[in-house]
Every structure is written in structure tokens, then in C-alpha cells.
Design a protein around this ligand. Structure first.
Ligand code: NAD
Length: 498
């Protein structure tokens, strides 16, 4: 394993207020949260936390701003979102650095997040003057029937710590394009880039309050879900939290859209190019974001005839990844988000070892030496893993993946689908017919054949089964944040039956 030099430390601890009605507010009902940099375990910022009081204020301000937003000419709204995209684009290096300080994801990956965010804003800005309604024919031919797409008003957007900027691009861009205001609740573990995004929205000319940013934990989150002034909740996070949110939304019957976790299968067939498959599987598996991404290909299923070779090569590839200082451009694998996450992930490794549910090929431990103060786990590969074991059924959300064996296509698909999740699947094959056949049979919202996701805004993204039911991207993403309204205008007095 290659590790980078010790992480340079800083004693600067800046205080970040939440963003309410265009103003930074540092004194809140929930006080300040000491934000820890996962690379060295030290507090690197203090963040104002939102509770019910601040959520109340945020929703009221967003409701007022939404009225101003929807009254603007469409051209102006489109141009403001285009300007916002430009501002994000111009700030990619600074946002990437802020993102590393926020959640410790290596800068090589973090730099992609603001790029994606800018791209989604550009795409959805373009929809603003194109989202036309319909005028279908109706029973009285003279009558006019107009179907329009109406915003929900205020949308509460709850984002996770692992990629707040990605989720802002995917959910906030279409929400604003559809005419809504948003109250964004990033978690206390990674609020910094979302707060900066809120400032960029103001710089782009969006009305103050159209984007309020209220960092917080479950207290602020639940207050947002329960607030009667919120028209819709968009939630990205774990299934466990999604269940609580659905229950909390029952009183107001607020609609909830969810983007949840996965246990994504990566099917490697013998006809594929082995070295490419090893590289791709390692990247989408334990390496990118230290496996802390919803689309992590955490269950690698490999055909019998290349199985041993694959395991050997993948073990070697993974063990050579550069782990360490996430600010260092050479680093591919940074720390995991928190000490509690580190303990949980090492617990998953220990259980797999002690119960014999897999053979440890590489990794499995915490990194010491110059990285001992941070939350670093060696990229880890288990082989010969039983698909029924917790390692193959529960989302680990860390740099730990498994390899299991299959003998034919039918078994590969059956194993891939044998999970309660259904977010993403990967297929490595050079057989075109097989690529189509297997893609159709896989029960997941997205299938990537011989590639990985670069989250294009023009295609829908979302889960099957317990990976959520929301859709972001394309027209489907815009419809997630609008609802059809029907207006019938009678032109002639109706001919009533005698
Ligand atoms: P989490 O469920 O712990 O938290 C997500 C958000 O919900 C945070 O902002 C958190 O503060 C908030 N929250 C917590 N309790 C709440 C409550 N009772 N009411 C309202 N809000 C509450 O998830 P996480 O650890 O932040 O993120 C990791 C999870 O997110 C993984 O399961 C991952 O797969 C998933 N994820 C999914 C996608 C996707 O697009 N499908 C993308 C990124 C992450």
C-alpha cells in the first residue's frame, strides 16, 4: 500500500452560520457543532445548527421568495440558473478544496462534484422555457382544457454527507427550474459546500430566501419534514432514515421522494477484457470515495473460469492504491467520514472474518503511522463470499467489497437480483447480445455496461426496491418537483340532459 505524507494541520477554526433569507446566522437554537476533518480527527470548523425555530424561519422566507421567483419572466429565471452554473464552474478548484475539508473525499474525486453540479444547473436552466403544458381535446369541442405543470412551493431537500454538491445539482436544480424554492438541510458532518452554494445562488441573483441552507442533524431534519409549509420532501440518504421520514410525513401527508442506498452487483463475464474489468471493478468498488457512494459496486460476481485470476489481480490492484492525505492530488483513497463510521466498517470486516463468510484477500485494518489520527481504512477485498451473508446483503458504505463466483448467466442474474436493494448494476462483457439480455433482467434503476456512471443530467437516476422510488435527471427529474394541474374553460353553456 502506498500512503502519502502526513497531513498538514491548521489551527484555524472558522465559524459558519446557516444561510437564512440571504443572511448568515451564527446564533441558533441548536448552537454550534464542532466539525471534524476526517483526515486528522481535528476540529476544522464550527457550524451553526438548525432546529425547529430556524426551520420555521427558513420555510417562511422560502415561501415568500418562491412567489417572487415564479413571478419573474422565464427568460430571467433561465439566465439566473445559467449564471449560477457559470459561477459554480468558475469556482471548481475552491469548491473541490472546500469539499475535501467538508467530508475528506480525496480531491481527485471531489473536483468532479462541483463540475457535475454546474452541469446539472446548466441542463435544467435550459428546461425553464421549454416545460410546456398540454391542451388535449375534450368532450365539448369548443372548450379549452389546459394542463400545466405547477410547482409544490417550498421543497425541503435533505442531503447526505457523501456528496452534497452532487445531490444539489441533481435535486435542487430541477426543483428551482420547476418554480419552487428550496430549504436545503445538509448534515452537520458535511455542511460547508452547501453553505457556499447558497452564497453563489445569491451572487447569481436568485431572490434571497429562494435557497435557504440549514445544516443540522435529525432534529432539524424532522422539523423540516413535519413543517406544514413544506410542499414536498426530497430525501437522499439511508433506508433507515427514509423510514423515519415517511412516518414523520404522515401527519401532513407531505409527499416524499427518496434516493437511497445500494448493494450493487458488478457482473464480470469471462469474455470481458480482464485487466480493464479489474481496474474498473476496483475503482467503482472500494477505491472511489473510499467506497462511500451509493453506486458502489460492492458485490463483484465473477464467472468461474476467470475467478481465481480476477481475485489475484484485483487484490494486487487494490492493495497498490494510494491512500492518505485527501488534499494531495496523488491520493485516490481518503479517510472515511467519522470515527463512528470507521468503527462500524471495521466491525463489518471483523464479523466477516470471525463468521467465515469470506476469505480476506487484502486490507481489513485501520491505517496507522502518519495517518493514525485520521479515519483511514485499508481498501479491503474479500473473496468466496456467500451471497446470503451480511457482507453481501447490507450496505457497508466503506472501502470493503466482496467477490463471489457464478457458473453461468442465469446464476449471475439470480445472485445479482438476490438483494433488497436495486440502485445500480454493472456488467462487464464483450458479448453484445448478453449485454442487452442481462441488462433487461437486472432489477435496478440503472445498469452500466463496461463503464461507470458519470451522472448525466439528461437520463433518469433512481432506485428499484429499497433503493428508493424517486427519479432525478431528464424530464422525469423535473416532474419530481412539479404536479400537473388541469384547467377546463367552458366556451359554450353546457348542453345539459333534458
Ligand atoms: P443518513 O440517512 O444518515 O442521513 C441523510 C440525511 O438525513 C442527513 O442530512 C441527516 O442529517 C438527515 N437525517 C437524519 N435523521 C433524520 C430524521 N429523523 N429526519 C430527517 N432527516 C434526518 O445518510 P448518510 O449517512 O448521510 O448518507 C449515506 C446514505 O445515503 C447511504 O445509504 C447512501 O447509499 C445514500 N445515498 C444515496 C444516494 C442516491 O442517489 N441514491 C446518493 C448519495 C447517498
Amino acid at each position: 500500500m502506498t500512503t502519502t505524507a502526513p497531513i498538514p494541520t491548521s489551527d484555524t477554526v472558522e465559524t459558519h452560520g446557516l444561510l437564512l433569507d440571504g443572511q448568515r446566522v451564527t446564533t441558533t437554537s441548536q448552537g454550534l457543532y464542532p466539525h471534524v476533518f476526517p483526515g486528522d480527527g481535528r476540529v476544522n470548523a464550527e457550524v451553526a445548527m438548525a432546529g425547529p425555530t430556524e426551520i420555521d424561519q427558513a420555510v417562511a422566507s422560502a415561501a415568500a421568495a418562491q412567489k417572487a421567483w415564479i413571478a419573474l419572466p422565464v427568460d430571467l429565471r433561465r439566465d439566473m440558473l445559467l449564471k449560477l452554473s457559470d459561477l459554480i464552474q468558475a469556482e471548481i478548484p475552491a469548491l473541490a478544496a472546500l469539499s475535501v475539508a467538508d467530508n475528506g473525499v480525496a480531491s481527485a474525486i471531489s473536483a468532479v462534484h462541483p463540475f457535475w453540479m454546474a452541469r446539472w444547473f446548466r441542463y435544467y436552466a435550459g428546461w425553464i422555457d421549454k416545460l410546456a403544458g398540454q391542451v388535449p381535446p375534450v368532450s365539448y369541442s369548443g372548450d379549452l382544457n389546459i394542463i400545466s405543470e405547477e410547482p409544490y412551493g417550498v421543497v425541503g431537500v435533505i442531503v447526505p454527507w457523501n456528496g452534497p454538491m452532487v445531490m444539489i445539482g441533481m435535486a435542487v436544480a430541477p426543483a428551482l427550474a420547476a418554480g419552487n424554492a428550496v430549504v436545503i438541510k445538509p448534515p452537520e458532518l458535511a455542511p460547508l459546500t452547501t453553505l457556499r452554494f447558497g452564497e453563489l445562488a445569491l451572487e447569481a441573483g436568485l431572490p434571497p430566501g429562494l435557497v435557504n441552507v440549514v445544516p443540522g442533524d435529525h432534529v432539524g431534519g424532522e422539523a423540516l419534514v413535519r413543517h406544514p409549509g413544506v410542499g414536498k420532501i426530497h430525501f437522499t440518504g439511508s433506508g433507515a432514515t427514509a423510514r423515519k421520514i415517511h412516518l414523520a410525513a404522515v401527519d401532513t401527508l407531505t409527499p416524499v421522494a427518496t434516493e437511497l442506498g445500494g448493494k450493487s452487483a458488478n457482473l464480470v463475464f469471462a469474455d470481458t477484457d480482464l485487466d480493464t474489468a479489474v481496474m474498473l471493478s476496483s475503482f467503482i468498488g472500494p477505491l472511489a470515495q473510499s467506497g462511500q457512494n451509493c453506486a458502489c459496486g460492492s458485490r463483484i460476481l465473477v464467472e468461474d473460469s476467470i475467478y481465481d485470476q480476477f481475485v489475484e489481480k484485483a487484490g494486487a490492484f487494490i492493495s497498490q492504491a494510494v491512500v492518505g492525505d485527501p488534499f494531495d492530488a496523488k491520493t485516490l483513497v481518503g479517510p472515511v467520514i467519522a470515527e463512528s463510521a470507521l468503527d462500524r466498517i471495521l466491525g463489518v470486516v471483523e464479523t466477516a472474518r470471525s463468521t467465515g463468510s469470506g476469505r480476506l484477500v487484502t486490507g481489513g485494518g485501520r491505517l496507522g503511522g502518519s495517518l493514525a489520527d485520521g479515519f483511514f481504512i485499508e481498501p479491503t477485498l474479500f473473496a468466496d463470499v456467500d451471497n446470503a451473508s451480511p457482507l453481501n446483503q447490507q450496505e457497508t458504505f466503506g472501502p470493503v467489497v466482496s467477490v463471489s463466483r457464478f457458473s453461468d448467466e442465469e446464476e449471475a442474474v439470480a445472485l445479482a437480483n438476490d438483494t433488497s436493494y436495486g440502485l445500480v448494476s454493472y456488467v462487464q462483457t464483450n458479448d453484445l447480445r448478453r449485454a442487452h439480455r442481462v441488462s433487461r433482467a437486472l432489477q435496478s434503476g440503472s445498469v452500466y455496461v463496461n463503464t461507470f456512471s458519470d451522472l448525466v443530467p439528461s437520463a433518469p437516476y433512481g432506485g428499484f426496491k429499497q433503493s428508493g422510488e424517486g427519479r432525478l435527471g431528464g424530464l422525469e427529474g423535473l416532474r419530481e418537483f412539479s404536479r400537473p394541474k388541469n384547467v377546463r374553460i367552458g366556451m359554450e353553456p353546457p348542453a345539459l340532459p333534458a
